[in-house]
Write a protein that binds this ligand. Structure first.
Ligand code: GLN
Length: 312
C-alpha cells in the first residue's frame, strides 16, 4: 500500500497507484477460476495480468502485459451499445435500462419482463443491441471495433474464439429464439448469432480499452479536432446503466466497494469509468462467483481508493 493516496493524476502518481493495485489484484486472482464457458478461453493462463489508466487530461500509466490483446467478451457490449446509440439515440426502450440480478445468461428474466431485455449488458439486451447495430451499420463487429479505436490491426475479432463459442453455445441461441418469438429481432437468428459471437471475440489490450473509454469520462469537452462521440446526456445514461448493470449481480457490491460505473467480461477484463477524470482497465482471467474478474475488481478497488475515484 502506498504511503500517501491523493487526487493527483500525474503519470508518476498513477503508476504508484497501479503498483499498489497490482499487488491486490494478484492476491485476489488466486481466489478465482478461469472461465470454461468458451473452451478457447479456458486455455488462457490464470497468472496473466495487465492494468492501464488514462485520464481526460492526457496522463497515462500501465503495468504488466498492458499491450497484450485479450478476449474482451462482454466488454464489447459497452462499445456496441455506444455504437448503436450513435445510429439510434432512442434505442433505449428496445434494450432496457433497469438492473437485474438474474445473471447475464438468464432466459427466465425475459419471461418476467414482458419478453423485453432488462438492460443492454445482459445477453438478451446485448443480442438486441448487436441486432440493431447490424441493421444500421451492416456490420456490428466492425462498428464495435471502430468504437475501440480500430487502428493498426491491434483490435480484431479472433475467429478461433468466435468459432469456439459457436460450437458450444446453446444459451445465447435459446435467448435469441425467445427474442425472435416475441418480435424483438430484426435479423434472422443465423445472421445475428455469428455477429454476436464475433463481437464478443474481439481482442484488445487494456491500454486500448482505457483510452477508448475516455469519451465516457470526458463529459464536458469535445475530443481534439472532432465531434463528441456521444452527446453528454447519452453519456450520463450509459454510465448510469453501467453502474447498475455492468457487473451483473455484483452491482451493489461494486457500488459499495468501488463506486464507479464498470463493465466486466468472462475473458477477465474489467473496465471502470470515473466521470470527469478517466478510465481504468484490468485484465486478470480468474473469475469470481458473479462471473467478474476477481483480480480485476480488487485491483480497481485499490486503484480507486488511492486515486480518490468514486462517483459518490
Ligand atoms: N460471449 C459470452 C456470452 O455471450 C460473454 C459473457 C460475458 O463476458 N459475461 O455469454
Amino acid at each position: 500500500m502506498p504511503a500517501t493516496c491523493s487526487s493527483q493524476t500525474s503519470g508518476k502518481q498513477l503508476r504508484e497507484y497501479l503498483d499498489a493495485a497490482h499487488i491486490q489484484g494478484l492476491r485476489a486472482a488466486r481466489t478465482g477460476v478461469v472461465s470454461r464457458q468458451v473452451p478457447a478461453l479456458a486455455e488462457v493462463s490464470a497468472t496473466r495480468f495487465a492494468m492501464a489508466v488514462a485520464t481526460v487530461d492526457g496522463a497515462e500509466a500501465h503495468i504488466g502485459e498492458s499491450d497484450a490483446g485479450f478476449s474482451i467478451q462482454s466488454l464489447s457490449k459497452l462499445f456496441a451499445l455506444c455504437a448503436l446509440l450513435r445510429h439510434e439515440p432512442e434505442a433505449w426502450p428496445a434494450v432496457g435500462w433497469g438492473p437485474s440480478d438474474a445473471g447475464y445468461g438468464s432466459v427466465a428474466d425475459l419471461e418476467h419482463n414482458d419478453w423485453r431485455p432488462r438492460n443492454p449488458f445482459v445477453n438478451s439486451g446485448a443480442l438486441v443491441v448487436t441486432d440493431r447495430l447490424l441493421m444500421h451499420s451492416g456490420d456490428a463487429v466492425s462498428a464495435t471495433v471502430e468504437m475501440l479505436g480500430g487502428g493498426a490491426g491491434e483490435v480484431f475479432s479472433d475467429p478461433r474464439v468466435a468459432q469456439s463459442e459457436i460450437d458450444t453455445d446453446h444459451r445465447n441461441s435459446a435467448i435469441a429464439h425467445v427474442l425472435a418469438e416475441h418480435g424483438r429481432l430484426v435479423n434472422p437468428i443465423d445472421v445475428l448469432l455469428p455477429q454476436y459471437f464475433a463481437q464478443c471475440a474481439i481482442t484488445a489490450s487494456v491500454r486500448t480499452l482505457a483510452r477508448a473509454a475516455l469519451f465516457l469520462a470526458d463529459r464536458d469537452s469535445e475530443p481534439s479536432g472532432g465531434q463528441a462521440v456521444l452527446d453528454p446526456a447519452t453519456v450520463r445514461r450509459v454510465n448510469a446503466v453501467l453502474l447498475m448493470s455492468g457487473m451483473y449481480g455484483a452491482a451493489g457490491d461494486i457500488a459499495y466497494r468501488i463506486g464507479l460505473p464498470a463493465k466486466s467480461g468472462i475473458g477477465g477484463g474489467v473496465l471502470a469509468v470515473m466521470p470527469g477524470r478517466g478510465a481504468v482497465c484490468v485484465w486478470s482471467p480468474p473469475l469470481d462467483g458473479d462471473g467478474n474478474s476477481a483480480g480485476g475488481v480488487a485491483a480497481i478497488e485499490e486503484f480507486a481508493r488511492c486515486a480518490g475515484w468514486s462517483v459518490f
